[in-house]
Design a protein around this ligand. Structure first.
Ligand code: GTP
Ligand code: MG
Length: 359
């Protein structure tokens, strides 16, 4: 899963990137540089517990990729490279400023998270409108050369896209059928991507992050489709970069924080993309894999390796909890906890899978 960190200038985008990647400011990029990519490990207590039973040589966590891009604006949204970067991601994290800092200018003026969210949303919508209109023009030319059912289908879909955007609404809030979603995917519309708003608050609000969301007037935002808000105390949490997890937790609790900012952001991002996790538990490597909810055993095999998907025979499956209770592979086999499932089995969150394959 890949996320793009967007937002107005000087709101804490790079600070969030540092929180997630646990890098120091000087290691990550300087202000205004084009982009920076970081791979972030998704903490997983279930994997930790399961791996204890196996004592593997290595534990591999699922990861998420974050892209720290330049500040968003009407100009940047015209740059091909900038757009290509944003189009490549699965979701957008919009960092919204809600911290006071005289030394750091905030171009739009007074702090107003709702206004900033709306303005950035409008920029995304305008960029998408451009794409839809260009395509509609092309289709109209094609249609004049020779009518076809496909052209007319696409025209009518994009006409609805245009109307929706014209009304100032992001595409993620429209009710597309699965078929339509598939057709729209090729356009990589920005306003269709799931949106996680990261509200960047002052240190003094660090102990009341949940309240901050409603005080900033963003509670209603939580109920929008494919949208979510999580608060971060940017400056404070970025200072933890050099600490161990345990030290960081102690430092955080002294400010009334119960959880790392990165944990909150990662959890929200997994929820937004509706990902579940399954585990493979080998002596060499115990590993967590994130896949879309509803994936089959065959698709899970494909996530591991295309060869395993190709030569899939059966999946041995045990719910993670049952695996823990049974105390490991020998236990699940002896107690009959391990089930044999076929290609069509829908993988459940927390499943332990052992995929049998030929070749
Ligand atoms: N007081 C306070 N300052 C913050 C907070 N988050 C970021 N800052 C400061 O705001 C400035 C900008 O932060 P960055 O993370 O570089 O912001 P950015 O959005 O990446 O900025 P550009 O890439 O230049 O658009 C830095 O001086 C940060 O220290 C915060 O939560 N509280
Ligand atoms: Mg930056």
């Amino acid at each position: 899963m890949k996320w793009g960190i967007i937002g107005l200038p000087q709101v804490g985008k790079t600070t969030l990137f540092q929180i997630l990647t646990r890098t120091l400011p000087q290691e990550s990029h300087r202000h205004g540089e084009a982009q920076h990519v970081g791979v972030v490990r998704i903490p997983d207590e279930r994997l930790d517990r399961l791996a204890k039973l196996i004592a593997p040589q290595k534990i591999t966590y699922a990861t998420a990729e974050f892209l720290d891009v330049a500040a968003i604006g009407k100009e940047t949204l015209k740059e091909t490279a900038y757009l290509a970067n944003l189009r490549s991601v699965d979701g957008l994290v919009h960092v919204v400023r809600w911290f006071r800092n005289e030394a750091v200018p905030h171009a739009p003026g007074a702090l107003d998270p709702q206004r900033d969210i709306t303005n950035v949303e409008v920029d995304l919508i305008v960029a998408d409108l451009g794409v839809a209109e260009n395509r509609l023009e092309r289709l109209e030319k094609d249609r004049k050369k020779g009518k076809s059912v496909e052209i007319e289908h696409e025209q009518s879909l994009l006409e609805r896209v245009r109307q929706w955007l014209d009304a100032g609404k992001p595409l993620r809030e429209a009710n597309w059928t699965e078929q339509e979603k598939k057709q729209l995917r090729g356009f990589s519309f920005l306003s269709e991507k799931p949106l996680l708003v990261a509200l960047n608050v002052d240190d003094e609000h660090a102990g009341k992050l949940e309240d901050a969301v409603s005080t900033a007037g963003l509670a209603a935002f939580q109920n929008r489709p494919s949208s979510r808000v999580a608060a971060i105390a940017g400056k404070l949490e970025a200072e933890l970069a050099t600490l161990s997890d345990a030290e960081a937790a102690e430092f955080l609790s002294s400010f009334g924080l119960t959880e790392l900012g990165s944990t909150r952001i990662l959890r929200a991002s997994c929820e937004l993309l509706d990902l579940i996790v399954f585990f493979t538990l080998g002596d060499k490597d115990c590993r967590a894999w994130a896949i879309p909810r509803g994936s089959t055993a065959l698709q899970a095999a494909g996530a591991i390796h295309s060869d395993i998907e190709k030569h899939f025979i059966r999946a041995e499956v045990a719910a993670g909890d049952r695996f823990l209770e049974a105390g490991g592979w020998a236990g699940v086999r002896a107690k009959g906890v391990l089930r044999l499932e076929g290609k069509e089995y829908v993988v459940q969150d927390g499943d332990v899978l052992n995929i049998r394959h030929s070749g």
